[in-house]
Design a protein. Structure first.
Length: 501
């Protein structure tokens, strides 16, 4: 069964309300229980005092006969037992009866107990003889329905006091006060609960509204509507979620635009060499051009350019798929760069670009943990870019440096450099300074993007900057093997396992 979030919030809030009610009422119940225990203790003390007074009365008179149905004497004895200290139980029978001044109060049509009996015990007490036969009192209930307190004289049971259990443990005025307090509590508690439920309703409605907004925006996002945004009205968790959603939508929007631009650029890059090749082939077929060395050279150049473009695209796709793997091992990067420089030397000379190399011979044995083929590809792409984009005649200076953590390689050309605002985008895919994407320089805009991926997969850094009075400088930092002991050991273990398999 699927429970909606709204129902869950209501259930949760109601549970909280029930817990609050329990926390509020529990102290009241405990307080009432303790108060009732206190009243019961007082009752026991008064019953003990009355039992002692009755024992004194019996000692004087020798029997209960004078108390038979004599309510006035019975109440007089109770009064004296509870308000007079040192009461001996004498009935003062020789004196004329004196009318008692018993103060009573009528409150809400209820009879209030006399001042000497604040707990209103009188109507609940009766006197029984030793055989539990009724003598006097207002409690006519059977003995088994009441609490019995024995009256002893010289170790012998001479009678019993019967106390009927009462619902009201104290006089009606106190009971009325207690009822009014409870009524006030219920009113205040009811108002409190209503306010709490109203606040909970508003809070849950606000949360649900914001979550509903996110849900609707997510559905639109699922239908490729990347322009959708959710208003951020707070900085709480829901607000942060809305902010993250907007960032995700913005990145997806940028990604979609980049993909469209990517397809457009790739189509352009593939169309151009293919168009040139078709034109060359048609010219040869129509006899416009002779199948000479120059024609085949032009075709070869276009085919090679197309092959390089396809290889670069393949590398980019491998990078995106996470399959652009490296076979790392301990190697010396400086000899790899020296080999590439030697291979490109004639091309630099033919393009009127002088090549200056400043290597530290002591660094020839410096080792890193890397992939030989990918490092050759890295250095080749940098040198290829220098040939394509350095103004002729020009100059390329290659320097090598060393610090505690990295071996550095810098490639500084003589210009013309790039605008400062273009520097952050140089390593983006298919980025070229020429908005018309002219092929005069022949670049596809993928080389530096691949270089960046190779360097980062070696845990290195690559950056570009303009050099004052010169051109563009690209700096590559590769971590030394001495700082990658854990990676080397892990790779060694992997190779050992592969050899065992």
């Amino acid at each position: 069964m699927r429970i909606k979030l709204n129902d869950k919030l209501i259930i949760y809030c109601m549970s909280v309300i029930v817990c609050l009610i329990a926390l509020i009422t529990l102290p009241i119940i405990i307080s009432n229980r303790k108060f009732d225990d206190y009243i019961h203790k007082i009752e026991l003390e008064k019953m003990s005092s009355l039992a002692q007074g009755m024992a004194n009365f019996y000692s004087e008179s020798g029997r209960w006969g004078s108390l038979k149905e004599n309510f006035e004497l019975w109440e007089n004895l109770m009064e004296k037992a509870w308000i007079k200290k040192g009461f001996t139980g004498k009935s003062d029978s020789n004196k004329a009866p004196v009318e008692k001044n018993i103060i009573t109060i009528i409150y809400q049509d209820q009879y209030m107990a006399p001042v000497w009996d604040p707990l209103n015990l009188g109507p609940r007490i009766s006197l029984l003889d030793e055989h539990k036969e009724f003598i006097v009192g207002r409690n006519t209930s059977p003995p088994e329905e009441s609490s019995l307190f024995q009256i002893e004289l010289e170790g012998k049971i001479i009678g019993w006091l019967s106390l009927k259990e009462g619902r009201k443990l104290y006089q009606p005025l106190d009971w009325a006060f207690r009822q009014n307090q409870l009524k006030l509590f219920y009113i205040i508690g009811g108002i409190y609960l209503c306010v709490l439920m109203f606040i909970t309703f508003l809070f849950s409605k606000q949360i649900l509204f914001r979550i509903t907004q996110l849900a609707e925006a997510t559905k639109k996002l699922g239908h490729l509507n990347f322009d959708v945004r959710v208003p951020v009205k707070s900085l709480d968790e829901v607000g942060e979620l809305a902010l993250d959603f907007n960032n995700m939508a913005q990145k997806l929007d940028d990604y979609e635009r980049n993909q469209k631009q990517w397809l457009t650029d790739i189509s352009h890059e593939l169309r151009t060499p293919l168009s040139v090749m078709i034109c060359e082939i048609d010219a040869l077929n129509d006899g416009i051009r002779e199948p000479d060395k120059e024609s085949f050279t032009a075709l070869s150049i276009e085919v090679r350019h197309l092959i390089k473009l396809v290889n670069d695209l393949n590398d980019i796709s491998l990078i995106d798929a996470g399959a652009f793997s490296l076979k790392k091992k301990l190697l010396k990067p400086l000899p790899i760069l020296s080999q590439d420089v030697h291979v490109f030397k004639k091309r630099f000379e033919s393009n009127a670009i002088s090549l200056e190399v400043a290597f530290d011979e002591t660094a020839a044995d410096i080792q890193i943990f890397g992939d030989y083929d990918r490092l050759k590809q890295l250095f080749s792409n940098i040198l290829e870019n220098a040939i394509r984009y350095t103004k002729k005649p020009g100059r390329l200076i290659i320097r090598q440096g060393l610090d505690t953590d990295y071996i550095k390689f810098s490639f500084e050309d003589s210009g013309p450099g790039v605008p400062d605002e273009a520097l952050p985008f140089l390593f983006n895919r298919l980025y070229r300074l020429d908005p018309s994407r002219s092929r005069k320089t022949g670049g596809s805009g993928l080389g530096l993007a691949i270089c960046k991926s190779i360097v980062e997969m070696h845990n290195g850094k690559i950056r570009a900057q303009n050099v004052q009075g010169s051109g563009l400088m690209i700096e590559i930092l590769l971590p030394l093997a001495s700082n990658q002991g854990d990676l080397i050991n892990r790779q060694s273990n992997i190779e050992k396992q592969e050899n065992l398999i």
